[in-house]
Design a protein around this ligand. Structure first.
Ligand code: SAM
Length: 427
């Protein structure tokens, strides 16, 4: 099938109703399309996931009964149509006609009348519908209620700005491979190619592109000169500060962005562990492209007895599994796939991992704990608990207010993604 709107409706059905991840589903759909349509499909899927509660509310008001069972995919087609009418610069008549036409490849020509009527009704009642949606917090902010409540409690003055930032398209950051080029030298190559960018002194390896670009249009990308990595994620290796010849563990490594960065900064002996063997293959592919190497092992970081060779590490990076609530703007499906009840399980797993990995660090060694979460339970509270039960751990302050009870550095989505870091040394 090569109809963008029909593929978007099917993709969204798989993500929202069946719990599949957008990053797994999108490639299946885009592989059926050519260049311009791939971008349109992606734009529609991201957009619908960003505004899902509002779209659900409009359809609830416009449909006599929600579409159920096998007809659920048509409910998502309605979201696709309304999203175009509300947020895209497609002429309204074309948005309606193209959405209705998608029913032919979806083999439901009998639904054309209903879909046409609902989209036209949305156009007529748009103002009242938007006013009524604005009275419901989940629709006003387009985030799940549990998450809005947790953010309000954790960030009494910043929660709205965080929700707003999550609704924006994420910028494209490059990380220059310092084993091949200095950032200034690579920026000069971008100048020659006419690629516009900005440099930010707090991210010495980073280049922020003015607009996204196909990676293979970047100078020497295939030879490993640069990688795509958000600025916040680029802090991990810099905080770890790897040195040549050191024995380093990256304990939750896949797909390997930070493993690669560590090796780009220092000729160290790196072991990359991940519990997911398929994702670990991506670490190997990324290392191959940047032309550096690490020992890659499938293993459970909360059970080192099963893979550890007994030699303690000089430095350890723990980029633990987390709620990913700091990267919602890159993965809007997180808002609908993640449940409030997941957080406690993640906090328990993170605690098991840091408690079990700590003995693998040499005295005098450094451990950096990282998450792409904005929730204090996974971040400051996790590290405060760890410090309270680990007498040989010392917090290295990352800013003036970094204390035993409020440890670490919390970055919020904006210039970079939302990320958390804590740096610890062992006595
Ligand atoms: C935040 S991602 C890591 C991203 C990676 N550091 C990078 O920069 O590309 C977390 C990773 O932890 C892995 N993971 C989850 N549970 C694990 C466990 N018990 N032991 C080791 N890895 C685990 C996941 O498969 C996932 O790849």
């Amino acid at each position: 099938m090569s109809n963008v709107r029909a593929l978007a409706a099917q993709t969204l059905f798989q993500v929202v109703d069946k719990g599949a991840s957008l990053s797994a589903q999108l490639p299946l759909a885009t592989s059926q399309l050519d260049g311009k349509d791939k971008a349109l499909l992606q734009q529609i899927c991201y957009g619908v996931l960003r505004y899902l509660p509002s779209l659900e509310h409009y359809c609830q008001q416009l449909l006599e009964q929600p579409l159920k069972g096998k007809r659920r995919v048509f409910q998502f087609l309605l979201y696709v149509g309304i999203y175009q009418l509300q947020h895209m610069r497609v002429p309204a008549h074309a948005a309606v006609a193209e959405t209705v036409n998608a029913l032919t490849p979806l083999r439901a020509p009998g639904m054309k009348g209903l879909v046409n009527a609902i989209l036209r009704s949305f156009q007529r009642h748009q103002v009242e519908l938007e006013t009524s949606a604005a009275e419901i917090p989940a629709c006003l902010y387009n985030h799940p209620g549990w998450f809005i409540n947790q953010l309000k409690a954790a960030y009494p003055t910043q929660w709205q700005a965080i929700l707003e930032a999550n609704q924006q398209q994420a910028p494209m950051w490059l990380r220059v491979n310092q084993s091949q080029f200095s950032t200034a030298d690579y920026a000069a190559l971008l100048d020659q190619e006419g690629v516009a960018y900005q440099l930010h002194s707090e991210y010495p390896d980073g280049i922020l592109l003015d607009s996204p670009i196909d990676v293979y249009a970047l100078p020497q990308f295939a030879a490993g000169a640069c990688s795509v990595q958000d600025a916040a994620a680029q802090k991990a290796a810099r905080l770890l500060a790897p040195q040549a010849g050191e024995n380093i563990l990256d304990a939750c490594a896949a797909p390997g962005g930070k493993t690669c960065h560590i090796l780009e900064l220092a000729d160290a002996k790196v072991t990359a562990i991940d519990a997911d063997g398929d994702r670990l293959q991506r670490v190997e592919q990324n290392l191959e492209r940047i032309r550096l190497s690490a020992k890659c092992l499938e293993g459970d970081a909360s059970d080192p007895e099963t893979w550890w060779d007994g030699e303690q590490y000089d430095r350890i990076l723990l980029d633990v599994p987390c709620s990913a609530t700091g990267v919602i703007r890159r993965h809007p499906d997180i808002k609908w796939l993640r449940r409030a009840s997941d957080i406690d399980n993640l906090v328990t797993l993170q605690a098991q991992i840091i408690d079990k990995i700590w003995p693998l660090l040499k005295p005098g060694g450094t451990l950096v704990y990282a998450t792409c979460s904005v929730l204090p339970q996974e971040n400051q509270q996790q590290i405060a608990r760890f410090l309270s039960v680990t007498p040989d751990a010392t917090l290295v302050p990352l800013h003036d207010a970094d204390t035993q009870t409020q440890p670490g550095l919390q970055l919020l989505p904006g210039l970079s993604d939302g990320f958390y870091y804590a740096k610890l040394t062992k006595q």
